[in-house]
Design a protein around this ligand. Structure first.
Ligand code: ADP
Length: 494
């Protein structure tokens, strides 16, 4: 497991980086209409990092209008120039990679994963800005020419969760503005600072004011207003299924399209011939990475019955060695984001016990002075989990691994596919034939063979099957999802 942190700077002057109590609308840093603010805390210590505006529908209205004002000129900017500005945005993000990384560590509480990779995301998309093309179409008459144009929607909205705000914002902003849209981003109230910094860096890079706007506030107040605004033409949402449903309902009322990414209950299927020495560290990392607060967390271990006992024993040993603490120490796992999430995860641990699963390790808050103020939960393993238990079905969003066993391949598949989610899955085996068979039949947007996520693959589409959502981000065709198709016919002989 990569451990960083102690070599990295641990302090960041947030006040010098971002204006206090202001969000970014039309290139200006402004307070909320109502003047109220929300404190943003470090979840490891509850130290206040800064204050953000408690925006409401009035602030969203300002931001959408600013984005609408900026739209015509941005749409008509040459795609080559838009590409250059995205490359410059990437350069500025690279120059500030340490600050972006630190700020996200501070507000989310995760250990440093090294300098932010947001610049790479921007570069990947920048190269596509000038390659959005339509088609010529066959016509009934030689006097006609038919063609399609791909045009931006106008103002698009993006609602971002708190778990990895920087990369998630970049994943929406880059294709949206590359295609000529302007965007209003609503970050999560728990971790909005990295998004505000990205908005600032976009301006610094020369992206015109109003093209990227960041409005902060609570979900039901600021977030809810975004898809309902009459000038918003498309939405993207990443977060919980409950909130995703609300955003979809709002989009239905506004009759606008959206893509949603709603989490998962990702299976790690371990076959009898798996190389356990390779699988074990990856399985541990798969559920402790970001304290299990990732939609792709490998939260269900689906293991051949003959391997269960030794594998659970080895995992328990590995879990007990996961270093936990404030992110700036040499740790592998930080706290959960908030008291609410801590209560939720501890609640699921109680449900697991009540429903008869066997608690192997973890199961509570760690003790010790350094954990007192943070929202920590121990990395936890439940064995003897049945597929119908809630801890096997519901997304916990914490470091809790459920172990389920199977007797044959069909049962392995039935368990792996037996939830309403379908985001990510892994298959651990040295048998290529079985790997191919299972990869085809698993219901998930991403399948890793002998690996957890598709990290390391450039342009791997990310998104879900079933109730994990729809639409794909971070791949070559994402930019097309931010365009609408127009058919044009020219009659040369009117
Ligand atoms: P969590 O419950 O873990 O905070 P959510 O899915 O509710 O996760 O939050 C993801 C994002 O959705 C956040 O930016 C949040 O502010 C926003 N949000 C929450 N409620 C609503 C809502 N009713 N409408 C729009 N956005 C919302």
């Amino acid at each position: 497991m990569t451990v960083t942190g102690s070599e990295a700077p641990t302090q960041l002057d947030v006040a010098a980086l971002l204006p206090d109590g202001a969000h970014l609308i039309g290139g200006e840093w402004v307070p909320a209409h109502g003047g109220e603010t929300i404190e943003v805390c470090n979840p490891a210590t509850q130290e206040v990092l800064g204050r953000i505006p408690r925006g409401t529908a009035a602030d969203v209205d300002d931001a959408v209008k600013a984005a609408a004002d900026a739209f015509p000129a941005w749409r008509d900017t040459s795609p080559g120039v838009r590409a250059q500005l995205l490359y410059r945005f990437a350069d500025v993000c690279r120059a500030h990679a340490a600050e972006l990384d630190l700020l996200e560590c501070l507000e989310v509480g995760h250990p440093s994963w090294g300098p932010s990779r947001i610049a790479d995301q921007l570069i990947y998309v920048a190269g596509m800005a000038d390659k959005v093309t339509g088609h010529t179409l066959p016509t009934a008459s030689p006097n006609m020419i038919g063609m399609t144009l791909r045009e931006p929607y106008g103002v698009v909205g993006s609602i971002i969760p708190w778990n990895t705000p920087g990369p998630l914002m970049a994943a929406d902003v880059a294709p949206a503005i590359a295609a000529g849209n302007t965007i209003v981003v609503k970050p999560a109230e728990d971790a909005p600072l990295t998004c505000l910094l990205l908005g600032k860096l976009a301006l610094e890079a020369g992206i015109p004011p109003g093209v990227v706007n960041v409005v902060t506030g609570y979900g039901p107040e600021a977030g809810a207003a975004l898809p309902l605004h009459p000038l918003v033409r498309r939405m993207s949402f990443t977060g919980s299924p409950e909130t995703g449903t609300r955003v979809m309902e709002a989009c239905a009322r506004s009759l606008i399209p959206l893509h949603v990414e709603l989490g998962g209950k990702s299976p790690q299927v371990v076959l009898r011939d798996a190389d356990l020495d390779k699988a074990i560290p990856a399985i541990v990392r798969g559920i402790t990475f970001n304290t299990g607060q990732v939609c792709a967390a490998g939260s269900r271990l689906v293991v051949d019955a003959s391997l269960r006992a030794p594998l659970v024993e080895a995992l328990a040993e590995a879990f007990s060695k996961v270093r936990m603490g404030p992110w700036h120490e040499r740790v592998e796992m930080g706290p959960l984001i908030s008291k609410k999430q801590q209560d939720r995860v501890l609640g699921y641990i109680e449900v697991g016990k009540e429903q008869g699963a066997r608690l192997v390790t973890g199961g509570g808050k760690p003790s010790g002075a350094k954990f007192d103020k943070g929202f920590f939960v121990e990395p936890t393993i439940f064995d003897e989990v049945r597929p119908d238990m809630r801890i096997a079905q519901e997304e916990i969003f914490g470091p809790v691994l459920s172990v389920l066993t199977y007797e044959d391949e069909e049962e392995a598949l039935a368990i792996a596919n037996g939830t309403s989610y379908g985001l990510v899955s892994s298959i651990w085996t040295s048998d290529v034939g079985r790997a191919v068979r299972l990869a085809r039949r698993i219901e998930a947007g991403q399948v890793g063979i002998n690996t957890t996520w598709s990290g390391g693959v450039i342009g791997s589409p990310h998104g879900g099957y079933k109730r994990s959502g729809f639409g794909r981000v971070m791949h070559a065709e994402t930019i097309l999802e931010y365009t609408q198709l127009k058919s044009v016919v020219i009659n040369g002989n009117p």
